[in-house]
Design a protein around this ligand. Structure first.
Ligand code: PMP
Length: 429
């Protein structure tokens, strides 16, 4: 038995399902999760001393690669002064200034401890600011696990939303309207009926939780127009895209400025951080300035601020995102060429440093229903084939992949060669 296998057994004794977040359990791809003990640059090392080229990057934060010296040093430098005080520190100002300087739609920003907290707080703020209860989200987008967001569409567009998890009150879920990603007509229809009751639209500007689905041209711009027309708050959930698709987030990349932005992952440099912020006029409604309550004992933790700040500073190096994007494209193009060579129906998407892999013969995949038509079983076999080759991809057909600065051209070429061998086996099935 491998050490990962025995650790997974041991983990089940006192951890539900052996994991502290469900996607880690390998449910979608089968098999035993790998237990890692060390990360360095583009590589992860497991408890059995196997080495992997990593395209998960802790689900996004590790855009510089693992254990980047600038980030590690920044944490070490503040650590000796104490781990947190629950009181203001100077480094929080540096962080807020930096984020507001980088993100176009950001006048004020509040730090929290996860993406879930960021989106939950932004939605409360949007509701408090507009004095409306309904919210709009899109099928296949994930915004964390707060009650209002664990909701699926009812049978008709405007029929009451239904909880997608036990424990979410139906009386809360009924305020959430779930629409089709990349379908503006669907949004226009919903707003024609209920627009004046809708507090906010929350959307992933590039969807990264149903594989990786970029917005079709005009989609985000259309959402901006509709929100302006109805006095609805536009929230871009940039937990995944922020600082990854470009230095200025997806909002800078696509030129669509939201009212509120939520962030996570990269902003914490690998430590638990989230943030939400946006227009001054709206943010001034948050406590202690305004009446909408939001708080956090550990928020703005100095270690987390130091890690995030060091990471954001490193990203400001000239040409960082151009290089990251070019590497990601090299990988996705290489995968496509290999799939074509071996006759495996397959396509990819890529925006900046994030990418998607689709086992499908559909020409394009633009929404959740189309993602669901892809061959998730084949992805599972691809995943395990790649894992055997020492390549760690996201253990689910419904997650995006992440490139880092630390991946070398040699790493990427080795990954493409490995994919060629795995595609050949899939073709022979
Ligand atoms: N929003 C988006 C777009 C995300 O991708 C995620 C996490 N994958 C979240 C929110 C929730 O973040 P967290 O897991 O830190 O709570």
């Amino acid at each position: 038995m491998s050490r990962s296998e025995s650790l997974f057994q041991a983990a089940q004794a006192h951890i539900p399902g052996g994991v502290n977040s469900p996607v880690r359990a390998f449910k979608g791809v089968g098999g035993t999760p790998i237990f890692f003990k060390r990360g360095e640059a583009a590589y992860l090392f497991d408890e059995d001393d196997n080495k992997y080229i990593d395209y998960v990057g802790s689900w996004g934060p590790m855009i510089l690669g693992h254990s980047h010296p600038a980030v590690m040093d920044a944490v070490r430098n503040v650590m000796d002064s104490g781990l947190g005080f629950g009181a203001p520190t100077a480094i929080e100002i540096d962080m807020a200034d930096k984020v507001c300087e980088m993100m176009p739609g950001m006048d004020l920003v509040r730090m929290v401890n996860s993406g879930t907290e960021a989106t939950m707080s932004a939605i409360r703020l949007a509701r408090g600011y507009t004095r409306r209860d309904k919210i709009v989200k899109f099928e296949g987008c994930y915004h964390g696990h707060s009650d209002s967001l664990l909701v699926k569409a009812g049978s008709g567009m405007l029929t009451l939303g239904e909880p997608s998890s036990p424990g979410v009150p139906a009386s809360l879920a009924e305020h959430t309207i779930t629409l089709t990603y990349n379908d503006l007509d669907n949004v226009r229809e919903a707003f024609a009926e209920a627009g004046n009751e809708i507090a906010c639209i929350i959307v992933e500007p590039v969807a990264g939780n149903m594989n990786c689905i970029p917005p079709v041209p005009g989609f985000l711009e259309g959402l901006r127009d509709i929100c302006d027309q109805y006095g609805t708050v536009l929230i871009l959930d940039e937990v995944m895209t922020g600082f990854r698709v470009s230095l200025t987030g997806a909002q800078g990349y696509y030129g669509v400025i939201p009212d509120l932005t939520t962030m996570g992952k990269v902003i914490g440099g690998g430590l638990p951080v989230g943030a939400f912020g946006g227009k001054r006029e709206i943010m001034e409604h948050i406590s202690p300035l305004g009446p909408v309550y939001q708080a956090g004992t550990l928020s703005g933790n100095p270690l987390a601020m130091a890690a995030g700040l060091a990471m954001l500073t490193a990203l400001q190096e000239e040409g960082f995102h151009e290089k990251l994007s070019a590497k990601t494209e090299l990988l996705t193009q290489g995968f496509e060429a290999m799939a074509l060579r071996h006759g495996v129906p397959f396509t990819t998407t890529q925006v900046g440093g994030m990418f998607g892999l689709f086992f499908t013969d559909q020409e394009q995949v633009t929404c959740f229903a189309e993602v669901m038509k892809c061959d998730a079983d084949k992805f599972g076999r691809f995943f395990h084939g790649m894992l055997d080759e020492g390549i760690y991809l996201a253990p689910s057909a419904f997650e995006a992949g992440f490139m880092s600065q630390a991946h070398t051209e040699a790493d990427i070429n080795a990954t493409i060669e490995a994919a060629g061998r795995v595609f050949a086996r899939l073709a022979a099935e």
